[in-house]
Design a protein around this ligand. Structure first.
Ligand code: EPU
Length: 430
């Protein structure tokens, strides 16, 4: 299995490009199931999770083809045509769902457009139990009949069409809101989703569905209103930049950079992350082309306390990366994880590199400025693996990050991007 090898201590300088957002691409590609023809998606990141979604959509009877895209900086274009979904059996099999929980995003579109779905239950994952009970309850409220059968969610819609409904989520759920948004777009009548997730990716999905002909208002706020329509038509759309990849590069630049431009990101999606970076003393400027970070050689970073929250709060997907910033900071930082119950798997690995981190339940206390030393490390999820790469950039000596497939799920060619701005980092094929 491939590994990433880093020789720490190099200064980063130059421009680093942000790719299309994984967590926008996944619901958007799934939304292709809703339309009457072939949709074209530009700026699709080249990630394992995206190819898993491609495989799943093929399995569900879509034609998925790629085209090289001259207009979007050489990044990938996918064309998805749901041309024979009725013949393909409406099944998202365990083999695919177990490799990517976001496979559950086909449930809403299948229920809405075809009135049938059989989707494997994802089960727990490394960062927490992550049930989908809120997705299922909302679909039931819209008239779907759901039973659990040998690990599968078996869904059918009597009379073929969901009905609009008032949905109140117990807590904001990102993929839950996305599933119900897609379901409501083609339901009969009006739906209101309360306590909806406000993440930019949810808003992007609503923009796209409206382009397809849906009637959605309020996405990006906690209350979304949807007037169901009869039909949605195919569109062409470029996926927004990945705010978590951008945030990861901001931290890299803050701890190891001299002058780095994180290119083509959307600063308005990074408010909470930038606010915390500023509190810790990192100097940044928003430019037309992105965010410029002026790192400082003396690593004059101050401790910073962080509590993860649903958007617009501080994202759980940046918690592990901020832990590395805290390791480099003067003083004691407190990081509290409120979204997932088991998202500190990077801590034992960072400790092996010399970090001083104490965990008490969902709180991590980090005493900064302990020298980090390169080591062989591995993590069991995507953002934890990204934090180990960041730690490797500032550690003394050689760091090997194993289980690179976690990184490949959510970061497009991270080693090439970091190498281009001066990191000594390479992928070693096993
Ligand atoms: N939850 C339930 N029941 C449900 C749904 C969620 O109890 O039916 C709980 C979860 O267990 C969690 C909380 O609600 O405690 C919020 O989870 P949410 O549903 O919002 O998470 P998700 O939709 O499964 C997405 C991202 C994650 C990101 C979270 C939180 C995608 C494909 N995934 O997951 O991204 O961490 O929102 O922002 O959008 C990542 O990219 O590394 C990643 C894990």
């Amino acid at each position: 299995m491939d590994k990433i090898v880093i020789a720490g201590g190099q200064r980063l300088r130059g421009e680093i490009q942000v790719s299309g957002a994984k967590n926008a691409a996944l619901p958007l590609l799934a939304s292709s199931l809703l339309s009457t023809g072939a949709s074209t998606w530009h700026n699709v990141p080249n990630l394992n999770d995206v190819s898993t979604m491609g495989k799943l959509l093929r399995r569900l009877g879509c034609e998925v083809s790629s085209a090289s895209d001259a207009t979007a900086d050489g990044q990938d274009t996918l064309i998805i045509h749901p041309y024979r979904v009725e013949k393909a059996g409406f099944t998202a099999p365990y083999e695919l769902v177990k490799t990517m929980r976001a496979s559950v995003l086909v449930l809403g579109p299948l229920a809405a457009r075809y009135g049938r779905a059989r989707v494997s239950l994802p089960g727990g994952c490394a960062i927490g139990a992550r049930p989908i009970d809120m997705h299922l309850r909302a679909l039931e409220a819209m008239g779907a009949q759901i039973s659990l059968d040998h690990g599968y969610v078996d869904l059918s819609v009597p009379h073929g069409r969901l009905r609009g409904s008032n949905i109140v989520f117990d807590v904001p759920t990102v993929t839950g809101t996305e599933n119900i948004l897609m379901a409501a777009a083609l339901a009969r009548g009006r739906s209101v989703i309360e306590n909806a997730a406000r993440e930019p990716e949810v808003e992007e999905l609503a923009i796209v569905l409206n382009k397809m002909g849906a009637r959605i208002q309020g996405a990006g706020t906690a209350v979304i209103q949807v007037e169901g329509v009869e039909e949605l038509h195919p569109i062409e759309h470029a996926i927004l930049p990945d705010r978590i990849e951008a945030g990861t590069f901001l931290v890299a630049a803050a701890i190891a950079g001299d002058d780095v431009l994180v290119k083509d990101c959307r600063p308005e999606h990074l408010d909470a992350v930038m606010a915390k970076l500023r509190t810790s003393g990192v100097r940044m400027e928003i430019e037309e082309g992105g965010i410029r970070v002026f790192g400082n050689r003396d690593l004059d970073i101050q401790a910073v306390d962080v509590t993860t929250q649903p958007h617009p709060g501080f994202p759980t997907d940046m918690q592990a990366q901020f832990m590395v910033l805290a390791c480099c900071a003067h003083g004691q930082s407190v990081i509290k994880e409120t979204i997932f119950e088991n998202r500190f798997m990077h801590v034992p690995e960072l400790s092996r590199m010399g970090a001083d981190i104490h965990i008490d339940g969902r709180v991590a206390i980090i005493r900064g400025r302990r020298p980090l030393a390169g080591a062989t490390v591995m993590a069991t999820d995507l953002r934890a693996s990204a934090s180990l790469v960041l730690a490797g950039l500032v550690a003394k000596g050689r760091t090997e990050v194993l289980r690179v497939y976690h990184l490949d799920r959510g970061y497009e060619r991270i080693e090439r991007k970091l190498r281009a701005i001066g990191a000594h980092i390479e992928r070693v094929e096993a």
